[in-house]
Design a protein. Structure first.
Length: 266
């Protein structure tokens, strides 16, 4: 056997004996549910139908054992949900096409509660992000950005949360709640590298928006949004992980979202 062949065979044998790389570990810490339950009180856009649950069977069967089964129907965009990029950007990712790496990862909270309390139509600005960075450092690449406006405290009171409890197209001009300024959305797209944006209001655009420029800007860059996110007041400004898994609707423009945060203890 030639020396070179012997060395190659030895290297291959040693490589085969190495232990496989361990799988990624699940982050340790307190798991905080950021999802509102879906029921008859779930908040939807004024023009959308709400959540409906019907009973297929509930009770004792003829065989004597208990059995329960239900059916439900819901619009994609209501309650705690995902907006897929295709929602406002033709040809961009649908709900089932968003990589899981965009939906699971490190996250931060930018808190504008005081400003939103003084102005129901407050728009989160680039200056708000710059102020956050001045205190906590540059937004990391691949981060999920959560915007806390404080409006989660109103859920599920539609009038307090959305600005009106009326339904139908005539109610849309009466919506008043905070959102992300389109200029700030452009800044995130052009100057930072984020994976997703979420907030505790019904829309990433503020209630009085008519052109939905923030949606259009983020989604053109394939950055999805999470809306009606719960319990942002329980999260720190940084140092935690988010897991945001939507119903995997093929070709969907969004869908119900189960989102949790894992916050390190101590």
């Amino acid at each position: 056997m030639k020396p070179a062949t012997f060395l190659l065979m030895t290297a291959l044998a040693l490589a085969s004996c190495r232990a496989p790389a361990p799988p990624p570990s699940f982050p340790n810490g307190e798991i905080i549910d950021l999802t509102y339950a879906f029921d008859e009180n779930t908040v939807y856009w004024p023009t959308a139908s709400g959540f409906e649950k019907t009973t297929d069977f509930e009770g004792l069967t003829d065989a004597g054992y208990y059995y329960a089964a239900y059916s439900f129907s819901t619009a994609e965009h209501g309650g705690t949900h995902l907006d897929a990029p295709v929602h406002f950007a033709e040809g961009q990712r649908t709900t089932d096409e968003i990589p899981l790496t965009q939906l699971i990862g490190p996250a931060v909270v930018v808190d504008v509660t005081e400003k939103a309390a003084a102005d129901r139509d407050y728009l989160v600005t680039t200056a708000d992000f710059e102020a956050w960075e001045a205190e906590h450092g540059r937004l990391p690449d691949g981060v999920i950005v959560l915007l806390r406006t404080g409006f989660g405290r109103f859920w599920p009171d539609r009038a307090a949360y959305m600005g009106t409890d009326e339904r139908g197209a005539d109610a849309v001009p009466k919506l008043h709640f905070p959102g992300l300024d389109p200029d700030a959305a452009r800044w995130l797209v052009e100057h930072r590298s984020i994976h997703a944006v979420g907030l505790d209001t019904p829309s990433i655009d503020y209630g009085q928006s008519r052109l939905f420029e923030t949606h259009r800007t983020l989604f053109a860059a394939n950055i999805p949004a999470f809306e009606n996110v719960a319990n942002l007041d329980r999260l720190p400004a940084t140092g935690f992980t988010v897991i945001a898994l939507p119903m995997k609707i093929r070709g969907g423009s969004g869908g119900p979202l189960r989102i949790v945060a894992v916050v390190p203890e101590g």
